[in-house]
Design a protein around this ligand. Structure first.
Ligand code: GDP
Length: 382
């Protein structure tokens, strides 16, 4: 029957394409992992608890009020295998602004006004005065010494190379511990920047790469944060450890690490609060969370500061404060889909030496891209 045969061929092609997508997952390839994508049962749900758990007393795992619950329905399927959309394709707004400025200098001679125009474009894209001045001073001296030709093309190529060079030697890879015990990645940042969303996206990515993921709902200050993380955990088939509202966040992280170690999970993704009664309280709390996360069997390898690209230069201030308080190892820049102000990462890299690891370009699970300096600078110049 020809109609039936056509249907069977279409189904077979779709199945093959699906298998190819999963096998081609970028993260899995990166680690050469052939591990199964099948979800494990055993998602853990919040239970009411009064936690007065002091993390210094090591034997009290479970005191944050944690109860096992059956895996949620549908947990065995990853909702979406995270793809890797090119950064360039996702930076429409940033491109519009800087690209527009650069168009203005094409097709004319190079003089002081041209350099000033470049300076203005970078400042408007939130690269910041210090970094812009540094890059432009370098460019001016190259023009003066004759190292670069006095043509707009040569000038733009040199500017591009100068910006790319700011990220030299960086890798977007997130490090895994090499010893025994689960790797811990801590996510910090002020309220609303996208920490919880990023953890959800990273969990899906790491699950697809074969990691066994436990999420720690360390933002006990905001009731909705735990629920939000739970939704992401269900999507990614990850286990979640929650404490009661107002519970000591370090006890939640402690329990998550213990839980991961006991069940042989490889990775703990720890959410933290972004707002407390005062900034001093927040930083104190984060220091404590960090101390607990570092304690064996946990292996803390990344402290990722999440920054909202739409906050512009304020991101640099946050990066400085969090670095002083908890020792940030890398930056996740979110909401780059909605702003032309992503240039703040150039300032953060150049002034604080922090590598940019990931970029959020939307609210869905697949809207997470590894930072690529060349693509990023290309997108600014497109
Ligand atoms: P948290 O308070 O730092 O945990 O922030 P949330 O994860 O709750 O995110 C705050 C809001 O930002 C939510 O509405 C998210 O959907 C949204 N969001 C997070 N990341 C991105 C992104 O990359 N792009 C866009 N457009 N929205 C994002």
């Amino acid at each position: 029957m020809p109609a039936l045969a056509i249907v069977l061929i279409v189904v077979a092609v779709l199945l093959l394409a699906g298998a190819g997508l999963v096998a081609g997952s970028r993260s899995a390839r990166r680690r050469g992992s052939a591990r199964s994508l099948t979800a494990r049962p055993g998602a853990v749900e919040a239970a009411p608890a009064e936690s007065s758990f002091a993390p210094e007393v090591g034997e009290q795992a479970g005191a944050a009020g944690i109860a096992a619950a059956p895996a949620p329905p549908g947990a065995a399927t990853l909702e979406a295998a995270p793809g890797a959309p090119a950064l360039r394709e996702r930076l429409g707004r940033a491109r519009a602004l800087i690209g527009g400025y650069l168009d203005g200098i094409r097709g004319r001679g190079v003089d002081d006004a041209t350099l000033e125009q470049l300076e203005e474009a970078l400042i408007l894209a939130d690269v910041g005065i210090t970094t812009t001045t540094r890059v432009l001073d370098d460019l001016r001296s190259q023009v003066r010494s004759g190292e670069i030709e006095r043509t707009p093309e040569a000038l733009l190529a040199a500017l591009r190379a100068g910006l790319e060079a700011l990220f030299e030697g960086d890798s977007p890879d997130l490090r895994h511990g090499e010893g025994e015990g689960p790797t811990v990645w801590l996510f910090v940042g002020v309220n609303g920047v996208g920490k919880t969303t990023t953890i959800g996206k990273v969990a899906a990515r790491e699950r697809a790469a074969g990691e066994r993921v436990v999420m720690a709902a360390g933002d006990t200050f905001r009731a909705a944060a735990g629920e939000q993380l739970e939704t992401w955990a269900e999507r990614a088939s990850a286990t979640i450890i929650r404490g009661s509202e107002g519970a000591d966040p370090s006890s939640v992280i402690f329990d998550a690490v213990q839980h991961a170690a006991a069940r042989g999970a490889s990775l703990v993704l720890a959410d933290t609060a972004g707002r407390l009664h005062t900034k001093v309280n927040l930083m104190e709390e984060l220091r404590k969370v960090r101390r607990v996360a570092e304690r064996p069997p946990g292996q803390l390898t990344e402290v990722l500061l999440v920054i909202d690209a739409t906050t512009g230069q304020n991101g640099l201030v946050q990066a400085r404060q969090f670095t002083e308080a908890v020792g940030v190892t890398g930056i996740v820049l979110t909401k780059l889909d909605g702003t032309a102000k992503g240039g703040v990462v150039l300032a953060i890299r150049s002034e604080l030496g922090l590598p940019i690891k990931l970029v959020g370009v939307g609210e869905s699970v697949e809207d997470l891209v590894e930072f690529d300096a060349k693509e990023f600078v290309d997108a600014l110049f497109a």
